[in-house]
Design a protein around this ligand. Structure first.
Ligand code: FAD
Length: 390
């Protein structure tokens, strides 16, 4: 790698910080610009739920969680995999552990100490932090421009500007028109890993809001997942629906199909009804241990029920129409971003040679469970290595 490059990294989230670490370790002179007063704000927000750094899934299963170019992901994640992530945290004095679903967390379950030590390490590597620098554009000659700050000339520029969720943290998607101006195609930024709205009746809303549903099999189109859902005043949240986001967005009429009793067959459920001849939902609550909120939902969308078999079939396949995803500002991440066709394998923008992209601003998505941060770190390091040798 060249020791003489003067590299600008724009965006100080995990992707940009990792790019800075890799480039500075390779001997480049690195300036990291961010629009906010401090870096890593969304990383700190992620810390509020324990900072799920990565996932212990085996490598093939891991790679399958990413949308986009799977051959690229295979190489990129092989360059910085879950083991590398855990070693990286350990190198900053932060041990990790594996929780349910293979999720990997720092033992202290916080982001602030890790971020503090990371920034200290970067300063030690000579990275210059230029905060309060809102990037406003770039020339083909690699001159970068900022709002109310002098422009700067660099040998390579790595963009790590994030998606558009939680805009208060700095990732507001304001970069989209700045790249579109250069003819670069951007897939629209949309809510991913987010709740969806349901047209509850007032009675249903009052009865179900704030209640969880456990041990479900949940399907959207051809995609099925297992787990929990959380019922809210506006609709449905939770890991299961986050995992189905991509499938839901592809459906002309988005809907979840829930199996409330995945371990029972229709026949077994009907047999348990024995002599019941009426009040089937009330009987199901007792005989099938069907949770109260499930009964309320069944009643709103499919009731009333006049026989046990129809109810059993509906309990195994309850369709709930969804009206729309929650706004992107509330989502955990965003789908969409710089189209893969605009990038070469080095993550260089074909229309702006010398400019690289990484992190959530690329057109990919992955479910929660540690895959998002891993993708940001892996692409950040990848772009930095490319920028150093380019
Ligand atoms: C509530 C919540 C919880 C989460 N929990 C987890 C989790 O546990 N595990 C996980 O894997 N992921 C989690 N994520 C997702 C993860 O935090 C993001 O995927 C990740 O932060 C994206 O990293 P990034 O570096 O691409 O972008 P960001 O972290 O969004 O950083 C982008 C940076 O670019 C800067 N910027 C933007 N525009 C400009 C501009 N014009 N000029 C200069 N700077 C600019 C911003 O200020 C920001 O600092 C969570 C997200 C949220 C919202």
């Amino acid at each position: 790698m060249s020791n003489f490059k003067n590299i600008a990294i724009i965006g100080g989230g995990p992707a940009g910080l990792r790019a800075a670490e890799v480039a500075a370790s390779a001997g480049a002179a690195v300036t990291l610009y961010d629009a906010k007063r401090s870096v890593g704000r969304k990383f700190l927000v992620a810390g509020k739920s324990g900072l799920n750094l990565t996932n212990d899934a085996d490598f093939d299963a891991f790679v399958s969680r990413y949308s986009g170019d799977s051959a690229f992901w295979r190489s990129c994640l092989a360059g910085f995999d879950a083991t590398a992530m855990r070693e990286w945290a350990a190198g900053l004095g932060v041990d990790t552990f594996v929780a349910s679903g293979g999720k990997v967390f720092p033992v202290m379950k916080k982001a602030a100490p890790l971020l503090r030590r990371w920034v200290e390490r970067l300063r030690g590597l000579g990275v210059r932090f230029a905060v309060n620098h809102r990037w406003t554009g770039i020339d083909a000659g690699l001159r970068v421009h900022f709002e109310a700050q002098p422009s700067a000339q660099h040998d390579a520029v790595i963009l790590a500007l994030g998606g558009a969720s939680w805009p208060d943290t700095g990732s507001d998607g304001g970069w989209v028109p700045l790249l579109e101006k250069h003819g670069i195609r951007i897939a629209p930024l949309r809510s991913a890993n987010c709740g969806w709205e349901v047209a509850w009746t007032d009675e249903t809303r009052a009865a179900v809001q704030g209640l969880p549903l456990h041990n479900l099999r949940v399907r959207a189109g051809d995609t099925t997942t297992h787990g929990e859902l959380m019922l809210t005043r506006y609709g449905i949240e939770g890991t299961c629906i986050y995992q189905l986001g991509r499938a839901l967005r592809a459906m002309p009429a988005p809907a979840l199909t829930i199996d409330f009793k995945p371990t029972f067959t229709v026949e077994k459920l009907v047999a348990k009804m024995e002599s019941a001849r009426r009040n089937f939902l009330a009987e199901a609550r007792l005989r099938w241990k069907l949770p109260e909120p499930a009964c309320t939902i069944l009643a709103q969308f499919h009731g009333p029920f006049s026989d046990a078999e129809t109810l059993a079939r509906t309990v195994k396949e309850c369709r709930i129409p969804l009206t729309q995803p929650r706004p992107i500002a509330e989502a955990i991440s965003s789908a969409g971003g710089v189209c893969w066709s605009e990038l070469d394998d080095a993550l260089t923008l074909r229309k702006l040679p010398g400019v690289f992209c990484c992190g959530e601003m690329l057109d990919w998505e992955a479910p929660t469970g540690g895959f998002l941060l891993q993708g940001c770190f892996a692409t950040g390091g990848w772009a930095a290595r490319s920028a150093c040798v380019d």
